[in-house]
Design a protein around this ligand. Structure first.
Ligand code: FES
Length: 169
């Protein structure tokens, strides 16, 4: 899908289905607190825009949720699950925080970089995989771990990583 078309955010923001989904989140909060829905709304927009958030999309969301543009940017740039540029078809987010580091994330990272031929923040030439370094993903008991698209993979070994990469389409 190409980037979502935006003209007049209040009237034609995104599409009816997206508006309905955003409104469902807005309705969970007190009247006048629509900005509380910014995190799930950013997820919805990102999913609907091939996995990334453009500035026009974030600006339109700010208008829709009646909040300053900068407040939307602050959320979108703080959390690593949001992408501000197009990514590969698959996204691998590797945790290198303390528990994962102590349990061998360095070896996992080295192997991923070697197999993919890219570094952190890069996408393979065929557009299949984007590799990211992220902070703790809350799965420390399964360290070392990574997130492949939406799924967590824990207690990683080089062999498990190979199996994951071989299974990518
Ligand atoms: S430190 Fe890696 S998931 Fe918590």
């Amino acid at each position: 899908m190409s980037e979502l078309q935006l003209t007049s955010p209040k009237e034609s923001l995104f599409n009816a289905d997206l508006r309905q989904q955003i409104d469902t989140w807005v309705a969970k909060y007190p009247v006048g607190q629509s900005q509380s829905a910014v995190i799930p709304a950013l997820h919805l927009l990102q999913d609907a825009n091939d996995g990334w958030l453009s500035k026009p999309l974030m600006d339109a969301l700010a208008v829709y949720l009646d909040m300053p543009f900068i407040s939307v940017y602050e959320v979108a740039t703080f959390y690593t699950m949001y992408e501000l540029e197009p990514t590969g078809k698959n996204k691998i987010s590797v945790c290198t925080n303390i528990s994962c580091m102590l349990c061998g994330s360095e070896e996992i990272v080295d192997h991923l970089k070697m197999r993919l031929g890219i570094g952190f923040g890069e996408t393979t030439a065929d557009g299949q995989v984007t590799l990211k370094e992220v902070e703790c993903l809350g799965a420390c008991c399964g360290a070392p771990m990574l997130q492949l698209n939406r799924d967590y993979h824990e207690k990683l070994t080089v062999e498990k990583v190979d199996s994951l990469l071989d299974g990518l389409s």
